[in-house]
Design a protein around this ligand. Structure first.
Ligand code: GLN
Length: 483
């Protein structure tokens, strides 16, 4: 049962082959048995799950249908869940039970999805390896000595290990696409504003976006359908109708113009990954796509700009964790200043503290123009590069990451080495564009992802290309040994 995709589960439930309660029990037992190896969950919500599953079975018995009705999922532990711990991977919020559901959580629950638990993540979504979680590192099911990627490493490892078919995740600089690449999944970061951020604990508000992690493009379409849409509670959410993503899967790729940026194939890219990317290009050419070389001349400036903007916004967003209103409070504070200092010093881990300091520095009066303002100008140039490129091509294709998943601990003492791994993903966040990563092969037994980027609101186009690719390749069907 655990090998089924969301689409297969929907068919099985509709045909009464099994009930949502049976499926939920099977997966909860599997999580109890296997998760200790990979540490992908922070909290399990068995009672909630069984209650939701029973309600979904009753709705189906009363004639209701729907692709998510009775489907088991999990939420990255930065989506607020009412009455349930929402930790953001941090000691700071270990005792925090959210007083309300995030819009994404509420929408998926209304569609009948069953929440099995909350998944592990880098602390406050800062990281690319899921090693900064206060709840311990997550391990990659493809090789337990390697990282699963981050910050949505728990969601990715759980889905890759077949503990559940799909999970929610968020992507500020690559945290859906990079763990998808490292664990052989399909992950979609939607256009900024497509999915509500209400109740999604903020890291860098102008970059954060929620989206689906699943094994197939078909399943990403199903989960995105349940997540997307205008939300009056989120002033950056966009009031555009949500298309039928599943209906967009079947279009032909004949004549599709794919842009391949010259800058993507520079010295930093593992040549074995480059070869797999070229293979995926050939595959898409066979399906009728036309390849065109393009340029993204400002790509080289994206990492420095991102690592000014994201910490700047984080330093502001995380100022609310002050030991007073919610979250961790130090023991016996001597006075107010001591309360702030020790609550934040003891509650936040070292990567979060580093980013708060970098961000506060970049925003300070004497340095604002030199760092933050300059970074925002680069952001515009990066966006303009994409706008120029999309005048000539329909999608942009390249690697998701320069290297496959590294060994646990390999980059933990060198934060900049980890930042450099974000080179292919962060430009989409800076520009607000949708991006997808899908399985493209293996290097030394570790999965490799190919990334597709599209113009604003063209999530359907990304899903279409990925689905057609997956109908003609079998990388996405490969399963890690032992799971
Ligand atoms: N690795 C990037 C960072 O650490 C992206 C994280 C994310 O997308 N949440 O900021």
């Amino acid at each position: 049962m655990h090998h089924m995709t969301l689409a297969e589960i929907a068919r099985g439930l509709a045909d009464k082959k099994f009930s949502s309660v049976e499926l939920t029990q099977t997966l909860l037992a599997r999580i109890a048995q296997l998760d200790p190896q990979i540490n992908s969950f922070i909290s399990l919500t068995q009672d909630l799950a069984l209650g939701q599953a029973k309600a979904a079975d009753e709705r189906r018995a009363n004639g209701e249908s729907g692709a998510l009705l009775g489907a088991p999922i999990a939420h990255k532990d930065l989506f607020c869940t009412q009455g349930i711990r929402t930790s953001c991977g941090s000691k700071m919020l270990d005792n925090f039970k959210a007083p309300y559901d995030a819009t994404v959580v509420a929408k998926l629950a209304a569609a009948g999805a069953v929440t099995l638990g909350k998944t592990n993540m880098d602390e406050f979504a800062m990281g690319s390896a899921n090693e900064s979680s206060w709840y311990g590192a997550v391990k990659n099911p493809w090789n337990l000595e390697h990282v699963p990627g981050g910050s949505s490493g728990g969601s990715a490892a759980a889905v890759a290990a077949r503990l559940l078919p799909a999970a929610t995740a968020t992507d500020t600089g690559g945290s859906i696409r990079q763990p998808a690449a490292f664990t052989n999944l399909t992950g979609l970061k939607p256009t900024y504003g497509r999915v509500s951020r209400w109740g999604m604990i903020a890291y860098a508000s102008s970059l954060d976006q929620g989206g689906p992690l699943a094994r197939t493009a078909e399943d990403c379409a199903i989960l995105l359908q349940g997540m997307a849409g205008f939300d009056p509670n989120d002033s950056t959410s966009i009031d555009e109708p949500v298309p039928d993503y599943s209906a967009s899967l079947s279009g032909s790729l004949l004549g599709l113009r794919i842009g391949v940026p010259k800058e993507y194939f520079s010295a930093g890219l593992d040549p074995r990954i480059a070869e797999l990317i070229h293979n995926s290009i050939k595959e898409l050419e066979k399906l009728g796509a036309v390849i065109k070389e393009i340029n993204l001349p400002n790509m080289q400036h994206a990492i420095p700009a991102y690592y000014v903007i994201a910490p700047a916004e984080a330093s502001s967003n995380l100022s609310r964790f002050d030991g007073v209103r919610f979250g961790y409070r130090c023991e016996n504070p001597a006075n107010l200043e001591d309360l702030y200092k020790r609550s934040r010093g003891e509650g936040f881990g070292s990567e979060v503290q580093r980013r708060i300091m970098v961000g506060a520095y970049a925003l300070s009066a004497g340095y604002y123009d030199a760092y933050y303002l300059k970074a925002q100008k680069i952001r515009r140039l990066v966006k303009n590069d994409f706008m120029t490129a999309f005048n000539e091509v329909d999608i942009i294709l390249g690697p998701t990451t320069p290297n496959p998943a590294w060994k646990l601990g390999a980059k933990s003492s060198d934060p900049v080495a980890a930042y450099l791994e974000d080179v292919y993903t962060i430009t989409a966040n800076l520009a607000g564009l949708p991006g997808l990563s899908m399985p493209a092969g293996f290097v030394d037994g570790l999965p490799v992802g190919v990334q597709l980027l599209a113009p604003y609101f063209q999530e359907g186009r990304l899903l279409n290309v990925a689905h057609q690719y997956q109908l003609n390749t079998d990388w996405h069907t490969r399963t890690p040994t032992g799971f």
